[in-house]
Design a protein around this ligand. Structure first.
Ligand code: GLA
Length: 730
């Protein structure tokens, strides 16, 4: 049955558990409802009639119940009576636009879009609005329904069939007006390099909260994913709207609470300093906005987003276990060192060795050679291809690092193509990590990048590429405005699409100094994303838990690395590093030839465990468990079949004579019997018991004594338990 119903002048969009209702009235698209499913025929009961109580709002028609300021809209323009922040702001010959509803299309499929869209959506609706003031200018509002994941994807398209150019000053991808007067909180993912995805919650009071990134990338400072939750919502209860953007450039979102209790969410590409010209006979498409709703708290909204990413964004299901050379050798890399690792890597179960930075040009530090993507013969005297062949004999795939959008001043590429560099001749150049950015809006630069990356597969036999991006944009904003980032990102996606078509088997890892472009745009074209450079388990468990707000384990790449951690100087146990890295796509980033036998055996066991988990872990149902006690981060991952699971617990800080929390599991079948097992734990109980009474962990070390049954969960220690359903025969 169709997921879109037309009821007189209303549209009813349906997902598995939610519905979204809007009506066309007086030429406007009025938002009526988004939430748990309600009967379609009830839509008339949702039409706002309360607004006549307001004295200071404008009425566009004689109908005095139609006060613009108190209604919800699908998009809003300035100077039409809506005094909230507008989602779309255009300038056409210094006059305002006035879009009125024209027509709808169901089942249309936008072709060759410059911005990525999800794959395999169920149904689409396109509403077209015509600008009364400017002939030929239309606005399309698109809705794509991803039924299984309870996600609705929106984007706007402006088509200028007129003869005059239009300046886009703001064009959001998504707008959501909530008129229920409820109290809400904004949950955002903020941070910085090495401490990405820090969850921050703040109340939405009258006025506007605005977050975003200005650096040209989706950024470690503010991930595009955020949630709006009813005040006091928890992991399991409360209304939660979650939003994200399929976009890798500067972005923004605002949450505004009006004096009348309404809340408006806007999000899209960064609108500050935007003046994007839309020439006659051209169109402009916003990045796609992704939104979901759950009445089962933040956990419900996150699981919807995970399902969406697994089923409609990311394409790779199972990745090889990899060993990355960065923290093992940094720039001091050599074929001999890699081959010295190879036998041990094979014994350990490694399936892919990734040669990180330092292999090309004359790159002994970060000041040179970006752009010269040819092996340094001092380091690879027989060529990289010969390393690939020797690895292949051990069934290990070659992976290779590249930063294809960048260029060093000390490089042949710079000497040959100074004009490709993103620089402003009248401004002092701004160098970041000794490098500049290539101007990907130029076709010849795009060709060059496609060739450089493709060559790694063709000439070197690489099956895996780590695609890095290590500096932010600077001077472009001064001259071209933030619209430049849109063109840049469009160029980047064009390159990624070409590579996907030309090298369908090439796996690409997305990295930007860690999680600087951990976004749905990059995820649409890459196999997994490096979550953060910080691999210390205490920091990392927080980063991973933050990432789980919007992103499934399938895309979250984690590495086992050395202790003390290179980014924090903090020591951690082998177990904590393994357990934490296992909660996602697992890899290793340290010199395994320097490991003692015991550590090597533990790490090899982890690789074998991971190979068992990875068949189901990537798209697992994720539950962030709450206990009454502070200082723990606990996550439960259940396979979609419900047969297998993992329970991860990080204890941040140990105080003497404190007991471990009772852990109430989630998502189990109350009737079924489960075994929960792992270090010092072996419990068999029904789902009902484990969910209601909770899992009792053994006694922890108290600071005084213990025996062989005692757990040792001290500062930043972890516990990883397996969960298996026992009574499979029904
Ligand atoms: C970035 C990445 C690291 C590593 C280095 C190499 O910082 O995040 O993982 O690849 O670049 O220069």
């Amino acid at each position: 049955m169709s997921k879109i119903r037309i009821l007189d002048n209303a549209f009813y969009l349906e997902t598995a558990r939610t519905c979204y209702i809007l009506q066309i009235r007086d030429g406007f698209a009025e938002h009526l409802y988004y939430g748990d499913k309600i009967p379609p025929q009830d839509w008339r009961a949702l039409v706002e009639t309360r607004s006549c109580l307001l004295v200071n709002t404008l009425y566009p028609t004689a109908d005095m119940t139609y006060a613009i300021d108190a209604k919800g809209f699908e998009f809003s323009l300035p100077n039409r009576g809506d005094s909230r922040s507008s989602g779309i702001c255009l300038n056409c010959d210094d006059s305002v636009c006035d879009f009125v509803y024209d027509s709808y299309r169901i089942g249309a499929c936008p072709q060759d879009t410059p911005m990525p869209l999800p794959r395999d959506w169920d149904e689409s609706l396109c509403l077209t609005f015509r600008d009364r003031a400017h002939a030929g200018l239309t606005l399309e509002c698109w809705y794509l329904i991803c039924y299984d994941s309870d996600v609705i994807v929106r984007f706007h398209r402006l088509c200028n069939a007129g003869e005059r150019s239009v300046d886009i000053l703001k064009c959001c991808s998504g707008q959501l007006d909530l008129t229920d007067g409820g109290a809400y909180e904004l949950v955002s993912l903020q941070g910085a390099w090495g401490r990405e995805m820090s969850v921050s919650t703040c109340p939405v009071t009258q006025g506007m909260l605005m977050h975003g990134s200005f650096s040209g990338m989706s950024s470690a400072e503010c991930n595009p994913m955020f949630m709006l939750q009813s005040a006091g919502a928890s992991e399991t209860n409360g209304d939660v709207y979650a939003c994200n953007l399929m976009y890798s450039g500067s972005h923004a979102y605002s949450v505004e609470r009006t004096p009348y209790g309404g809340v408006r969410i806007l999000h899209g590409m960064q609108w500050e300093n935007l003046r994007y010209p839309l020439a006659p006979h051209n169109s402009f498409m916003t990045p796609a906005s992704v939104m979901t709703y759950s009445s089962c708290g933040r956990g419900g909204a996150s699981r919807n987003m995970h399902r969406f990413v697994c089923n409609h964004v990311s394409t790779c299901r199972q990745l090889p276990v990899m060993l990355n050379t960065w923290e093992a050798f940094y720039f001091d890399i050599h074929a001999d060192k890699i081959l010295a690792l190879a036998d041990r890597a094979q014994a350990c179960g490694i399936e892919c060795m990734v040669i990180d930075d330092g292999w090309f040009g004359a790159r002994d530090d970060d000041t040179t050679s970006l752009g010269d993507w040819h092996e340094d013969v001092r380091k690879f005297p027989n060529g990289i291809r010969s390393v690939a062949q020797q690895l292949a004999r051990r069934n290990i795939k070659l992976g290779i690092w590249i930063e294809p959008e960048m260029i060093s001043e000390q490089s042949d590429l710079y000497r040959a193509h100074r004009d490709w560099v993103l620089q402003d001749d009248e401004l002092r150049p701004i160098v970041g990590r000794g490098q500049y950015i290539l101007d990907l809006t130029k076709q010849e630069v795009q060709d060059h990048v496609v060739h450089s990356v493709g060559r790694l597969a063709e000439a070197y036999g690489a099956g895996y590429v780590k695609w890095d991006f290590n500096r932010r944009f600077a001077e472009v904003c001064a001259r071209k405005g933030s619209g430049y980032f849109y063109d840049y990102v469009t160029g980047l996606y064009a390159v990624l699409r070409r590579l996907q078509a030309e090298h369908p088997d090439l796996l690409i890892e997305n990295c930007a100094s860690g999680g600087g472009r951990f976004d749905l745009g990059m995820m649409r074209y890459t196999a997994c994303s490096w979550t953060s450079d910080n691999t210390n388990p205490l920091s990392r468990s927080s980063i991973q838990q933050g990432a789980s707000f919007g992103y499934p384990l399938q895309v979250t790449l984690n590495h086992y690395a050395a202790s003390p951690g290179h980014q924090t100087g903090r020591s951690s146990s082998v177990t904590a590093r393994i357990d934490t890295a296992l909660c996602g796509v697992f890899g290793i980033q340290t010199d395994i030839t320097r490991m003692g036998d015991e550590e090597f055996a533990e790490v090899s066991r982890a690789v074998a465990d991971y190979k068992r988990y990875r068949t189901w872990l990537g798209n697992a149902e994720v539950y962030r468990l709450q206990t009454g006690e502070q200082g723990y981060r606990i996550s439960q991952y259940m396979s979609t079949s419900g047969q297998d699971g993992l329970l991860y617990l990080m204890r941040e800080k140990f105080d003497t004579v404190t007991q471990l929390p009772v852990v109430r599991l989630c998502g189990l079948d109350p009737q079924a019997q489960y075994r929960v097992s792992g270090p010092k734990v072996n419990v068999s109980a029904s789902g009902a018991t484990l969910m209601r009474a909770g899992l009792r962990l053994p006694q922890n070390f108290t600071g005084v004594q213990g025996d062989e049954r005692t757990l040792m969960l001290t500062d930043s220690s972890t516990l990883l338990l397996e969960i298996h359903k026992e009574n499979t025969q029904e």
